[in-house]
Design a protein around this ligand. Sequence first.
Ligand code: GTP
Ligand code: MG
Length: 273
Amino acid sequence: METTATKRRDNKKSLRVKVISLGNAEVGKSCIIKRYCEKRFVPKYLATIGIDYGVTKVQVRDREIKVNIFDMAGHPFFYEVRNEFYKDSQGVLLVYDVGLRESFDALDSWLGEMKQEMGSQANMDSIVFVVCANKVDLTKRRVVDEGEGRLWAESRGFHYFETSAQSGEGINEMFQAFFSSITDMCENGGKRPVSEVSVGFTKEQADTVRRIRNSKDSWDMLGVKPGATREEVNKAYRKLAVLLHPDKCVAPGSEDAFKAVVNARTSLLKNIK
Ligand code: GTP
Ligand code: MG
């Protein structure tokens, strides 16, 4: 006979969660899910119409997790269909195609759409986000590198994984980390555990690395006007050096950014009398 204590223990052990997939059309959301759930890859593009729904069971430590997966259509045409599915999600897969910069740039607007649809429920700290840099098998057409993707993700407290639904690379590791974080969050009273949110670098450091990567010339990199004086260049350099010094900054890409700043200063000073 089942005792109340047994029932309570079983209840604690089983968990139901809802996860959703977001990202531009054709980035590989459905294929990532299919690779994990069905261990296969479909090369032909079959656009998701509105929403695809599926359930899978996974084991995390001593708990059985029933995962409800809502795979969203990325095409803007389906906005009206997907907008009501954002609510009550514990996990979000944010997917982009490493060969299409616009799909990476679109991640901000996907977060924006989600926040808008969730309205007052939009407590992003109670949701585990995983960024999938997908199609890494297509190395020749890659335009968004790992440092850039990782920086975007980790500066927001999101996980980052390089994945290929085609080869299977990164897929199991990504889902394991995803479900294990969701379980940790549920056991932590619905808050993302602090260890994940604190990533060892500040938003200012992450924003500065991003700005330096995207700067158009050495003046722009140091944040001074063309024609600035030696003092102005040195002052700007010192500020960036303190922020990005490899001993102090662990933001992805900060070492390269630091080197670029050193080179920019050297080349500017050469030409200033
Ligand atoms: P929507 O449902 O329209 O939002 O698209 P989606 O993001 O679900 O894309 P889907 O999974 O349908 O994949 C789009 C196309 O990319 C298909 O032709 C897939 O075969 C291909 N694809 C998906 N993942 C990968 C990958 O990792 N590598 C390669 N080479 N192709 C992939
Ligand atoms: Mg799809």
